[in-house]
Design a binder for this molecule. Structure first.
Ligand code: ADP
Length: 485
């Protein structure tokens, strides 16, 4: 608005300046011969003597025809000898500068020449002039100020000119119209920005569900979209952080719980041994010591498995891949568990398809996975049951399945059994010395090979765990990416 006002005023000022100059130039051109003609008329009255009453008569007649003019008689030096104009206005100067008059007389002016106005010292006006011999002796001049004092300056023109006033009014209307329209437009534009700013502030104050509603695909719309995406990412990250924090707290609670039970049991038995001393029978003492020993073994296992898991979590385990026969590995592990299976009267067998391709992986880690699965299968299967480890080829992978005819896992527990410390039969499992970490470790190891572990189970019928490993040729391609130093 300020800019508009400034430009508008400047335009008005320059337009007025130039139109005033144009009017003066036109005035001078139109009255180019006015002084000469008048001089011819006046010459007889001034040749011998300055007969003022007669001259005044003459001039009065001329001024009736052209009231805008002021007439001066000047001598050779430019001194005002006589003047004829409205007597109410004072003549303040005695002399008129002659240079412009001479310039006017020397050439027929094509551009505007301004001369002194004796009534307004410092103001210059268009004029017409002609030589005149005064009193028969000296040469003088007839000097006519044109346009009188109709518009001396821009301010007068402003108040006097209809056209200028109309232009000004038009400018004012334009100014108001553009101003109002501009304000409306700005309000419309900033409304969206203000909305956005409100949403961002609310988001900043912790209302993470706040999103900017989107109406358009323009720059503001894109900004809103970018903010919404950023807000989504921040919310998701926060949620993940909260989830991680919750898991961490649960983990610590679980670990302390699992450590406390065997420690409390050990403490109890050791105190009994100490207090009773010689009063304990050797058989009792042995029994108590055996219980204590099994508790230390359990603690040991728990600590080791936790350590293993944390290394897997931190990606500190670097698999040492080698090409080997999965069939042979399974044979070895099954053989290792045969005595345990026989003791529990479980039929443990390995079944494998012929011509199985070799695989490329870390033998130790894969053995750990199969061991954990067989250990579980044996543990949750009663006497007379069967545990089967089967190997088969499926496209470019080898499928490993460990199935049993045991107690099965309730459907509601299935999604959680791979979580650390999760035990389907909580109290009984813990008493048996299960850590609840075996499946979590197996899952983590397989993740190193971008493989997943699957389970299907039915209560009192049995469970089936299976996973896939890429064959050596396939794994070779992937391994470059996975284990490159
Ligand atoms: P745990 O040390 O308790 O065996 P795991 O992580 O190996 O820990 O197993 C988690 C839970 O999954 C077990 O507590 C058990 O309830 C269930 N589970 C695992 N394998 C079997 C299976 N073969 N048959 C029935 N339940 C099983």
């Amino acid at each position: 608005m300020v800019l508009l006002l400034m430009l508008g005023s400047a335009q008005v000022y320059f337009t007025m300046q130039s139109s005033m100059r144009f009017m003066r130039e036109a005035d001078q051109k139109l009255n180019l011969h006015l002084a000469r003609n008048m001089a011819t008329e006046l010459q007889p009255f001034v040749t011998d003597t300055l007969s003022l009453p007669e001259i005044e008569d003459k001039i009065h007649y001329m001024m009736v025809l052209n009231p805008k003019i002021e007439i001066y008689l000047l001598d050779q030096q430019g001194k005002i000898l006589a003047f004829f104009a409205d007597p109410k206005k004072k003549v303040k100067k005695q002399f008129v500068e002659l240079a412009p008059i001479r310039q006017f007389l020397a050439q027929q002016p094509s551009t505007l020449i301004l001369g002194d106005d004796p009534r307004q010292p410092g103001t210059r006006k268009p004029f017409s002039a002609a030589p005149l011999s005064i009193g028969g002796v000296s040469e003088g001049y007839l000097y006519i100020i044109l346009g009188s004092e109709l518009y001396d300056n821009a301010a007068q023109m402003l108040s006097g000119s209809y056209i200028v006033q109309t232009t000004l009014k038009a400018l004012l209307i334009t100014f108001l119209f553009t101003g109002v329209l501009g304000l409306v437009l700005f309000a419309f534009l900033t409304r969206r920005l203000r909305n956005m700013s409100r949403v961002v502030t609310r988001f900043e104050k912790g209302n993470l569900a706040e999103r900017i509603p989107m109406h358009a695909e323009d720059e503001l719309g894109q900004l809103a979209m970018a903010f919404n995406r950023m807000a989504d990412t921040i919310s998701a990250n926060l949620e993940q952080l909260q989830q991680t924090d919750k898991l961490r707290r649960e983990l610590i609670a679980n670990i302390s719980h699992d450590l406390r039970s065997p420690l409390a049991s050990m403490q109890g038995y050791l105190e009994t041994i100490l207090i009773k001393g010689e009063n304990l029978s050797p058989a009792e003492r042995r029994k108590f010591l055996e219980i204590t020993l099994s508790n230390t073994q359990l603690l040991n296992q728990l600590v080791e498995e936790l350590f293993e898991l944390s290394k897997l979590d931190a990606r500190q385990v670097t698999p040492k891949p080698e090409i080997f026969s999965l069939a042979e590995l399974v044979q070895d592990v099954v053989l290792k568990f045969q005595p345990q299976a026989a003791e529990r009267q479980i039929h443990l067998k390995a079944m494998q398809a012929s011509n199985l391709p070799l695989i490329r992986a870390d033998i130790g880690l894969i053995e750990r996975v199969i061991t954990n699965l067989i250990k579980n299968a044996l543990q949750y299967t009663g006497p007379g049951g069967t545990v089967k480890v089967a190997l088969s080829k499926s496209q470019d992978q080898v499928r490993v399945t460990v199935s049993d005819t045991g107690c099965g896992i309730p459907q509601e527990d299935l999604p959680y059994i791979f979580d650390r410390f999760y035990r389907a039969e909580k109290s009984r499992s813990r008493e048996k010395g299960n850590t609840g970490l075996g499946l979590a470790i197996a899952k983590k190891i397989l993740e190193l090979y971008n493989s997943e572990i699957f389970v299907s189970s039915e209560v009192n019928v049995g469970s089936k765990f299976y996973f896939f490993l890429k064959t050596a040729s396939q794994e070779k391609n992937a391994s470059v990416l996975d284990f490159a130093p």
